[in-house]
Design a protein around this ligand. Structure first.
Ligand code: 13P
Length: 253
């Protein structure tokens, strides 16, 4: 499929990391973002406790700030949960949904993730919807079945490239230092784009951004980001240090 001009997106998922003392790292990312404007899009997803301060710090700069999950309802009796509307109210513009750690730790299902993606749309947030197989599933040759099923179940029918980004994160590559071969990355990203084409049409599929996530570091970013159909990275551990995150962003630009 022709590779239309999809600007690469480098997104940092801070997971359950970061205290008020981490703000200077984010401020350095914001400071460097001006030089990267036009070349690459940047996003940082801090814990909810830092969302407002990061959103304030990034105002006027080119760094999207968002949450790492949201509830599907706008408000109500759901102790401990945060809605998409609350993320938007706090200055967030995006949300990560269906990360494998939430699927594993909180038993999130595809149907729940789809409802959350609909909530993100309702609140005007960009949703990064995560999919990816476990090591056992890949060893069994089931990675396409798993990822195809997650896409079919997690993406709303009205998903569109302007407000939905897909992230392919093989579970066995997350936090392990292991990465798929470049052929495996290109093969899965091509499969995901073909699945998007069959559901949303060729024109939309050519515009959806499909990120790779799992042990992306400054040392491997350039080759991963150059792989066919890879439109950016969802970075965990290496996004916590501005220097590493910016090195990855520079590899994309
Ligand atoms: P690591 O980059 O730490 O492997 O984490 C990837 C990830 O889960 C991003 O969402």
């Amino acid at each position: 499929m022709a590779n239309v001009a999809r600007k690469k997106l480098i997104a940092g998922n801070w997971k359950m990391n970061g205290l008020a003392a981490s703000a200077p790292e984010f401020v350095r990312i914001v400071g460097a973002s001006h030089g990267l404007k036009g070349k690459v899009d940047l996003a940082v997803f801090p814990p909810f406790t830092l969302l407002t301060s990061f959103a304030t710090a990034s105002r006027g700069a080119g760094v999207l700030v968002g949450g790492q999950d949201c509830h599907d309802k706008p408000s109500g009796a759901h102790t401990g949960d945060v809605s998409a509307e609350m993320i938007a109210d706090a200055g967030g513009q995006g949300v990560i949904l269906g990360h494998s750690e939430r699927r594993a730790d909180h038993g999130e299902t595809d149907a729940e993730i789809r409802a959350k993606a609909e909530a993100a749309r309702r609140a005007g947030l960009v949703a990064i919807v995560c999919v990816g197989e476990t090591e056992a599933e890949r060893k069994a040759g089931k990675e396409r079945d798993i990822v195809g099923g997650q896409l079919a179940g997690s993406l709303p029918d009205d998903a569109a490239p302007a407000h939905v980004v897909v992230a392919y994160e093989p579970v066995w590559a997350i936090g392990t230092g292991l990465t798929p071969t470049l052929d495996q990355v290109a093969e899965m990203h091509g499969f995901i784009r073909a699945e998007l084409a069959s559901r949303f049409g060729e024109a939309a599929a050519a515009e959806f951004r499909v990120l790779y996530g799992g042990s992306v570091k400054p040392g491997n970013a350039a080759e991963i980001l150059a792989a066919v159909d890879v439109d950016g990275a969802l970075v965990g551990g290496a996004s916590l240090k501005a220097e590493d995150f910016l090195a990855i962003a520079n590899a994309a630009g």
